[in-house]
Design a protein around this ligand. Structure first.
Ligand SMILES: C[S@@+](CC[C@H](N)C(=O)[O-])C[C@H]1O[C@@H](n2cnc3c(N)ncnc32)[C@H](O)[C@@H]1O
Length: 267
């Protein structure tokens, strides 16, 4: 049965595209483009790096590495925001999708004065045990223990609910909202809608794992969040900035499967 995997024409074409893309990946021009995007947001990625590394070290984690590792640009944005003049007005932060609680803990270190609310599925939700290797009782118990140890910090509020129920469980307004729950339809539609209405005017909305090209869809991410954001942009005039999620060529060389993090200022 494994032979079928190798003979699958779609898989073969994807590999071929990936190999071609790796050969033409131009890191210097990617770096230039991403730097301009940070400038557009009024953020300084160079100052943010050492600040982020210090915050990660305080949590016992290794330094930020999006080039040979899999760290994602949202951490760099949070660090840059925490150094920006806007930092003092970021007092309530919402994260949709806690997972193991690493980003919630990092947000608390970067914004020590802020109240961080983070939400994830209850164990009874069918998605919980079908995703992210939480299917056996042992895996689930280990996952919950890691998450709970991180979110039981003072100043972090953990809400156990499907994000569909967000308005009743965690009413806004929030100053910064990080959308990192389900990245497919239908979740992306209600998460963006709920987040939009829960975000204060001039607050910041960020959304993870956006693959603008429909051919790049995988089991967890797709072009659906891009469609939702484009729909809202057409009607509100927002100008989303799509930052490359990581510079690692293994993840980002192929333009069809490349992932982005959207940063949006709420009018
Ligand atoms: C990619 S992980 C989040 C990673 C985390 N934000 C971090 O940076 O460490 C996605 C999480 O979203 C949760 N999730 C998926 N659909 C959800 C929903 N409808 N409501 C709440 N959480 C959801 C999953 O259970 C999973 O733990």
């Amino acid at each position: 049965m494994t032979l079928g995997k190798y003979l699958d024409p779609k898989r073969y074409l994807r590999r071929l595209r990936q190999a071609r893309a790796l050969r033409s990946y131009d890191l210097a021009s990617i770096d230039r483009e991403e730097r301009i995007k940070f400038q557009t947001l009024g953020l300084d990625p160079d100052a943010a790096r050492p600040h982020l590394d210090a915050a990660l070290a305080s949590l016992g984690s290794k330094s930020y590495d999006d080039l040979t590792g899999t760290d994602s640009v949202h951490w760099l944005v949070f660090a840059a925001l925490s150094l920006s003049p806007q930092a003092t007005s970021i007092n309530r932060i919402l994260e949709i999708g806690t997972f193991r609680g690493k980003t919630a803990a990092l947000l608390k270190v970067l914004f020590p004065h802020a109240r961080v609310t983070t939400l994830d599925l209850p164990t009874s939700d069918p998605i919980m045990q079908q995703t992210y290797r939480r299917d056996t009782p042992e895996q689930l118990a280990e996952y919950r223990a890691t998450r709970d140890a991180r979110v039981k910090h003072g100043g972090i509020e953990f809400v156990e609910a499907n994000s569909f129920f967000l308005p009743g469980r965690t009413p806004g307004p929030f100053d910064l909202i990080w959308m990192d729950g389900g990245h497919l339809y239908p979740e992306v539609a209600w998460d963006f809608c709920n987040a939009w209405h829960a975000c204060r005017s001039d607050g910041i909305l960020m959304c993870d794992d956006i693959i603008p090209d429909p051919r790049g869809r995988d089991a967890y991410a797709s072009d659906e969040s891009h469609k939702v954001i484009s729909y809202v942009a057409l009607r509100t005039g927002i100008s989303p900035v799509y930052l490359l999620k990581r510079r690692n060529p293994a993840w980002s060389a192929d333009p069809t499967t490349r992932k982005f993090v959207a940063v949006i200022r709420r009018p």
